[in-house]
Design a protein around this ligand. Structure first.
Ligand SMILES: [Zn+2]
Length: 217
């Protein structure tokens, strides 16, 4: 595996939306603090999140598409949406034609085709007439793009979240991994590849049980 590092990786696309603590599956209130991101970039505005009908035609908004993508779960980690995972880079809406640009977690990730299918199914159900899902590989996806909400969900799911490393290889390789069950750092790495490429297997000496970590990338 080639680990690409850059001194200042791009900001996660949804850091603004994650600045406000959220309940499960809830989105910020419309009066939430203004996102530092440009309008439409990762902002979820509930007032605009539902498609509206005008003059007998369905009007799709990018906010409605983002909200729908919040409901599309990662095929490998079903508690995490593709937006939580940070793989959705851009949404453009032109009439009832939607284009979604995504960056897969691993370029060879077998879940990519399934992700594209799930996005298409969800957005057609939302009312899009056609859906294109484009893939961009640069800049490479970073586990730093997993939202805070996503990290909470990973831990609750029993997967240790990756450290936020900002491209620092020291943090990436040597950050303390904690057991998602008991929070102990008395853990041993057992196998750098778990049930999928994205996971490593650890053993918790306190729980005397194995757990998986979503590997930093
Ligand atoms: Zn433990």
């Amino acid at each position: 595996m080639v680990v690409k590092l850059s001194p200042s990786p791009p900001a996660p696309p949804h850091s603004g939306a994650q600045a406000v603590p959220q309940g499960e599956g809830n989105f910020p209130e419309p009066n939430a603090p203004t996102s530092p991101l440009p309008a439409g970039e990762g902002r979820v505005d509930m007032a605009a999140a539902n498609p509206t009908w005008s003059e007998g035609r369905l009007t799709l908004t990018s906010d409605a598409v983002w909200a729908a993508l919040h409901e599309v779960m990662d095929p490998e980690i079903p508690v995490l949406s593709l937006v939580d995972l940070g793989v959705v880079r851009e949404v453009t809406v032109s009439g009832d034609v939607v284009t979604v640009t995504m960056t897969p977690t691993f370029s060879g990730c077998p879940a990519l085709v399934e992700m594209q299918r799930l996005i298409e199914v969800r957005l057609l159900a939302l009312g899009a007439a056609s859906v294109a899902v484009n893939t961009v590989l640069a800049p490479a996806w970073s586990s730093d793009w997993i939202s805070d909400e996503g990290r909470r969900k990973l831990k609750a799911f029993g997967l240790a979240p990756p450290p936020v490393h900002g491209g620092d290889v020291q943090i990436m390789l040597f950050d303390v991994v904690r057991c998602p069950r008991c929070n102990s750092d008395d853990v041993l790495v057992r196998n750098t590849f778990g049930s999928t490429l994205c996971r490593a297997i650890y053993y918790c000496n306190r729980c005397q049980d194995a757990f998986e970590q979503f590997k930093p990338l």
